[in-house]
Ligand binder design. Structure first.
Ligand code: AMP
Length: 574
């Protein structure tokens, strides 16, 4: 089922969304049927299913195991080494995409086919009418495809500045990438303005197709424009710089859900509070779905999974039960709905911990996403945890909760990405009165001493010129930040720290400006893609820790133990 969507036909596209979501179950059944019949002769499926099995969803679920990357890695490596695609896919594998997820320190490889590109285009085209936007970019293709990242970034910014009056939205896939672009502009605006003023492109732009594409747009000297941009950029504060440089911008097109949520305040600072729009939820494995309410607040963004993109299953996650026990009712749900959904769990197989289908998921429940794709992934664990927030027709909508397995652990504590984000968000507010913004953070579990302790690396940025005497207050505030992070972590952490003494005081190391760029450069040198790069919230590699440590300007420790009380049934979450 490969659908077409004409991005210019708003009504037709919206009808398509209605049809797909209304018939979610039928579409899912049809998708699974197509994937299985098409790939019946692959070595992988033949290992589990016999010829008649392909028509029965129940047999598929019974006989084909749920797998993670380590399970399928040998098959993917064989294909990478030149063996036929037929190992996993009837259609030729045309690309192996590097995912930001890693396996043994290396990026994972995700198979893709020519047809899958059309499926991705379908989803992109759907976004046009949903956003009422034009898919026109100021960056010529040659600048996007330029193999040199620095030249690519410079040229894209230059083209964006030259076409300043036409820019209606500013964006990148992930918030971190957009902020990197702004930082790059902060470092290069004088040179960019000089290029615009003289009509020449800097000599270090040596990639010829990229250079020519820029020259096609630059054409002639434009000192008036250079003056205008220079006037804005030389202001001491870069607050609202996006609005000032591109005054017609209506919104920022950037993903700010999941771990990207920590960038919201910095984006607000640079954009002057323009709407931040997270349009889609996608991965190297598969494009999953879109945000049908693009102007919703970042904290309440939900993605509607499109049932024609892949066959989706959902493994119930314990976290939901934990939260129910602790009396936390998810937003928009009343207790009657919670009880009702529990009764039905049994029929859906959820109570037995089995993977359930798209239309069987329950509002307020947490699940790990599993996909079966047209590209050779069968019952593959994506590693993302989602929470059901509601339905659009018969298709569930999900809040992205976190990516699994990003944890800090010293004793019995297990801190995931979301827990860490919550604690850091709480603590960083203490920096506001000093005029500092937290721009980046990561962490690691330092077990070199006994007991081990959590170490957070923070990069700070001054919002405005600051008085020298404020610096004297910084150590005290940073120590308070350490304690606030600890207070905000979960009860197991606080028990280990306060009662068991199995965790030492939490430490924050403040790194110099550019410390996290150096971390990114390191990750890219190890094979991460620049476009997909997201700051890891936990660094494990000794080399990465060394890179950050060598840029540390100040170390601060928590100077008191966090509060902790034994958990009692019926007590509030703690
Ligand atoms: P990659 O395969 O490297 O492109 O990374 C895909 C992963 O990025 C997904 O599995 C998610 O963990 C994360 N991701 C993608 N889209 C979103 C989104 N809209 N919100 C939060 N996280 C996302």
């Amino acid at each position: 089922m490969l659908l077409n969507c004409d991005p210019n036909d708003r009504e037709g596209s919206m009808n398509l969304v209605e049809d797909l979501t209304m018939n979610a179950n039928q579409v899912q059944q049809q998708i699974l049927h197509e994937i299985l019949t098409q790939n019946a002769d692959t070595e992988y499926l033949k290992g589990f299913l016999s010829s008649g099995d392909h028509f029965l969803r129940e047999l598929f679920k019974k006989k084909v195991p749920i797998v993670n990357y380590e399970d399928i890695k040998p098959h993917i490596e064989r294909i990478a080494n030149g063996e036929p695609s037929q190992i996993i896919s009837a259609q030729p594998i045309t690309e192996l995409l590097t995912s930001s997820g890693t396996s043994g320190g290396q990026p994972k490889w995700m198979p893709s086919t020519a047809e899958e590109l059309d499926r991705k285009t379908f989803l992109y085209n759907l976004l046009v009418p949903v956003m009422n936007q034009f898919n026109v970019y100021t960056s010529p293709d040659e600048t996007i495809l330029c193999p040199d990242n620095k030249q690519s970034m410079y040229c894209q910014l230059l083209c964006g500045l030259i076409q300043r009056d036409e820019v209606l939205r500013v964006g990148a896939v992930f918030a971190s990438a957009l902020l990197r672009a702004i930082k790059f502009m902060e470092d290069h605006w004088q040179e960019l303005c000089s290029n615009i003023r003289t009509g020449h492109v800097s000599e270090w732009i040596t990639e010829s197709s990229c250079r020519n594409a820029v020259l096609d747009i630059l054409r002639q000297p434009n000192p008036e424009l250079a003056d205008l941009i220079e006037f804005e950029c030389k202001e001491k504060s870069w607050e609202e710089i996006i609005k000032r440089v591109w005054p017609r911008t209506k919104y920022i097109d950037v993903i700010v859900t999941g771990s990207m949520a920590q960038y919201i305040p910095t984006l607000d600072f640079y954009s002057g509070g323009l709407p931040l729009v997270s349009t889609m939820y996608a991965s190297s494995e598969c494009y999953f779905g879109i945000n049908l309410n693009p102007l919703s607040e970042p904290s309440s963004v939900s993605y509607t999974l499109l049932p024609n993109m892949a066959y989706f299953e959902f493994l119930p996650v314990n976290k939901n039960q934990e939260e129910e026990v602790e009396g936390v009712v998810p937003p928009n749900l009343n207790s009657a709905e919670m009880n009702c959904s529990k009764k039905e769990d049994k029929e859906a197989g959820e109570e037995k911990g089995e993977a359930v289908d798209l239309i069987q998921v329950k509002p307020g429940h947490y699940y790990e996403l599993i996909v079966t794709t047209f590209t050779g992934l069968y019952r593959y664990r994506v590693g993302d945890i989602l929470m059901v927030t509601g339905f659009h027709n018969n298709a569930p909508q999900f809040r992205f909760v976190h990516r699994q397995n990003v944890v800090l652990s010293i004793d019995t504590d297990k801190t995931n990405e979301e827990d860490l984000l919550r604690a850091v968000t709480e603590a960083k507010q203490l920096l506001d009165p000093l005029g500092f913004l937290l721009t980046e953070y990561t962490s690691y579990a330092d077990t070199s001493s006994i007991p081990g302790h959590y170490v957070l690396f923070w990069e700070l940025k001054a919002r405005r010129m600051r008085r020298g005497d404020l610096d004297e207050q910084l150590p005290e505030v940073m120590e308070e930040c350490c304690s606030t992070v600890e207070e905000s972590l979960d009860s197991v952490y606080r028990r280990c720290r306060s009662k068991d003494k199995s965790i030492g005081p939490l430490e924050i190391r403040v790194v110099r400006h550019g410390g996290f760029d150096a971390l990114m450069d390191f990750c890219v040198s190890q094979g991460s893609s620049v476009n997909q790069y997201k700051t890891p919230r936990c660094v494990k590699s000794g080399e990465a820790i060394k890179i950050l440590d060598s840029r540390v300007m100040g170390r601060f420790m928590s100077n008191r133990t966090p509060s902790w009380e034994p958990y009692r049934m019926g007590s509030s979450k703690n």
